[in-house]
Design a protein around this ligand. Structure first.
Ligand code: PAF
Length: 323
């Protein structure tokens, strides 16, 4: 009798921690992301939901929620208080340190280059490291190339950035690069950014076009500099024990649905990059193309010795030379 009670309690505990089972016997999979539904992450989450629910014939019920604090999202996935999350790689390096190599500024020439590295050996080897850190890397996602925006202060050359307070993600590589350029980087979660811009606690921020568009950051900023200084990957991560608890077919469906999500995400990034700059110009923000992009890289140059020491000059070069 006691064994029976223990078994019931055990089952209840399991269904409370893993994808709460509903009356219909469904497994609930909550996936959070940090943008509105109508965005590069929002569309990815919807593609994932449609694919996984169809493939598992409703046995898995996907619930999409917004959570702007990406560090918290990854912590919850690691602890198992939520099943999955789509996040930018901003805080990812604090969980899977090897992924920080992707955060080095001016590593990728464009989207084909970055996607090639993520889809190729380097990206796949990095994904294989996730379980070591209590995460399952289902698929690489994409946030986009980051651009600088400022409020009332304007910039002609990187020299003008010296002493400016720029909000960065909680990402040690980005912070080191901006520090080298003389900026006072102010790391904070995205949820804290709008009030910081509105109250003038920071002079500016940096984010990809899809994020600026979807979150109306242009309403809080006057200038957008197309610096494209760093590629910002994203990740679709799940809790490894949750994944292991799914049957084989469901695990395969999770993987292919992650790939659908990544495809939808990239398609939306492309669309936003294509029409987003004109849309933002029409909405009134001053858009500045950068003629001398290398000047920005040179301004960050003193950080590169540390990046080479951390990742190895050869590894950095292999990523730069990918073709
Ligand atoms: O700036 C960030 O923190 C990230 O780019 C964001 C906006 C959370 C990604 O959606």
């Amino acid at each position: 009798r006691y064994d029976k009670i223990a078994a019931i309690v055990g089952t209840l505990a399991l269904s409370m921690s893993w994808g709460v089972s509903t009356a219909l016997g469904q497994t609930v999979l909550t996936v959070t992301h940090s943008s509105p539904a109508d965005s590069h992450f929002g569309e990815a989450a919807i593609a994932f939901e449609q694919s996984l629910e169809a493939q598992t014939e409703g046995a898995i019920d996907v619930v999409i929620q917004r959570l702007d604090n990406e560090r918290e999202a990854l912590e919850s996935v690691q602890f198992g208080t939520q099943e999955c999350a789509i996040v930018s790689a901003g805080p990812l390096g604090n969980f899977v340190p090897e992924t920080r190599v992707l955060d080095v500024p001016f590593m990728f020439d464009g989207y084909d280059h970055a996607r090639g590295v993520l889809d190729g050996e380097i990206g796949q080897e990095l994904l294989a490291l996730f379980p070591r850190y209590g995460l399952e890397g289902v698929a690489w996602m994409e946030n986009g190339f980051r651009n600088l925006t400022t409020g009332s202060k304007s910039i002609v050359s990187p020299d003008d950035l010296v002493g400016m307070k720029i909000r960065t993600m909680e990402n040690p590589i980005h912070i080191a690069a901006w520090q080298a350029a003389g900026v006072l980087p102010t790391p904070m979660a995205f949820s804290e950014l709008p009030p910081a811009l509105q109250q003038g606690t920071v002079d500016g921020q940096e984010n990809p076009i899809p994020v600026i568009l979807a979150n109306n950051l242009d309403m809080m900023q006057q200038h957008l500099y197309l610096t494209r200084h760093v590629y910002s990957p994203g990740i679709f991560a799940c809790n490894p024990d949750f994944v292991a608890g799914l049957d084989e077919q469901q695990q395969a469906a999770l993987k292919t649905s992650g790939a659908f999500a990544a495809a939808a995400n990239r398609k939306r990034v492309e669309k936003d990059e294509l029409v987003g700059i004109e849309t933002l110009r029409d909405r009134g923000i001053d858009i500045v193309e950068i003629d001398d992009i290398l000047a920005y890289r040179d301004a960050m140059a003193s950080a590169y010795a540390d990046f080479e020491a951390e990742f190895g000059a050869e590894r950095l070069q292999a990523i730069r030379d990918w073709s």
